[in-house]
Design a binder for this molecule. Structure first.
Ligand SMILES: Cc1cc2nc3c(=O)[nH]c(=O)nc-3n(C[C@H](O)[C@H](O)[C@H](O)COP(=O)(O)O)c2cc1C
Length: 366
């Protein structure tokens, strides 16, 4: 018997555990699997009803919409409501933004009371009314200030702190490799990088080469998540292999299509495309989104504020406009439910593959 190659089952279990441990991506103690897919924070999109769907369809970690630190410390209802998280969606991060150190510190304390898994700082928002106050991506114009603010936030909370940011302010200030290292040195536990500068806003193609440079920096030991333009299994797998990131964060491709997470996972595991969701699944998603929103915000607000979201699940279906108009003008839940049933019957035999292909083509033009 060749004792040198035959391992006992205890040894095999140990080896397997070792391999798993090697591959496991972790934010502090939070285990996220070997190649996690994260739902990006998105204002007016990544709320609890939408997050629940993304979780159901494979997101490994999710972030709330960004929350204003100034709003939080003033107890503004709109900001406070965004702190709501549900046990089934964990692990979840709450994202805050702001420029004032005291407000950000106080906000970190407020966030901690909501007990998320992670506190995320937004250093990526490109909108002028945010950047002109040196918040969001605005702080990319002053890296020492960014490092100091981060350090103060890390000190003020026992939560793991993560950062989401961009490559730099503009083409001439793409300091992300140095920035990531300095933020790691003051204690952040993971970084998500959108491969655009602030100046680019959402234009052009995301450039992942600098994200790869951050990952390849031998001093980096925290997870580096890549973000920007991922909208299919093949692209996710190609970018994973080409840029070596620890995981991928997905934003726009999930809007109206939370199935993107399971499709990427399926493709990564098998190299094959998964069948796109049937009309029954789309109707079920719209139904769940609406009813969860009603549960969360009450009937009137739930119906009003989620109108444009749950109708996203039917985007591109020929002739859907009439149904959409009826849905978005109805104030009555049971009426909306029956319109959803009508949609299910009407599109029962529609070739969904065509719709998905058209949606992908449209996204490529964005
Ligand atoms: C509607 C919308 C809202 C967004 N809101 C936020 C936000 O609150 N916080 C944040 O860090 N990024 C926000 N972003 C940026 C996304 O998180 C993400 O970085 C960006 O969309 C690029 O990723 P994608 O190509 O996968 O969409 C938002 C993007 C969109 C489209």
């Amino acid at each position: 018997m060749r004792t040198d190659t035959v391992h006992s089952s205890a040894e095999q279990t140990r080896d397997l555990a070792y391999l798993c441990a090697q591959k496991m991506v972790k934010i502090a103690d939070i285990e996220l699997g070997d190649f996690p897919l994260l739902l990006a924070p998105m204002e007016d999109v990544s709320d609890p009803p939408f997050r629940a769907l993304c979780k159901k369809y494979g997101a490994d970690m999710m972030y709330t919409e960004f929350i204003s630190s100034e709003g939080l410390i003033r107890d503004a209802w709109k900001s406070v409501q965004k702190l709501d998280i549900y046990p089934e969606e964990r692990p979840v991060g709450i994202q805050i933004f702001g420029a004032n150190i005291d407000s950000m510190r106080l906000s970190a304390e407020i966030v901690e009371r909501s007990n998320p898994n992670v506190l995320d700082i937004n250093y990526g928002c490109p909108v002028k009314k945010v950047t002109c106050k040196m918040a969001g991506a605005g702080i990319l114009q002053d890296i020492p200030r960014m490092v100091h603010l981060t350090s103060e936030i890390v000190k003020s909370t026992s939560l793991p702190v993560t950062v989401k940011t961009r490559l730099g302010w503009d083409d001439n200030t793409q300091y992300i490799v140095e920035v990531a290292e300095r933020l790691q040195d003051v204690g952040i536990k993971a970084i998500s990088i959108h491969g655009r500068t602030r100046k680019q806003m959402y234009k052009g193609e995301a450039d992942w080469t600098l994200i790869a440079d951050v990952k390849n920096n031998p001093r980096m030991h925290i997870p580096v998540f890549g973000n920007g333009d991922i909208d299919s299994g093949p692209k996710a797998v190609e970018y994973k292999n080409r840029y070596g990131v620890d995981g991928i964060m997905i934003g726009r491709a999930s809007i109206g299509y939370p199935w993107i997470f399971r499709e990427i996972k399926h493709y990564a595991a098998t190299g094959e495309h998964m069948a796109v969701p049937s009309i029954e699944e789309r109707v079920a998603a719209a139904h769940q989104h609406l009813h969860h929103a009603i549960e969360w915000k009450g009937e009137r607000l739930g119906i009003l504020e989620t109108r444009r979201h749950y109708t996203n699940y039917f985007k591109g279906l020929p002739g859907i406009k009439d149904y959409r108009l009826r849905i978005v003008t109805s104030d009555d839940v049971s009426e909306i439910d029956s319109i959803l049933e009508e949609i299910k019957l009407r599109y029962r035999d529609y070739p969904m593959e065509e719709l998905t292909n058209r949606m992908k083509l449209k996204r490529e033009k964005v």
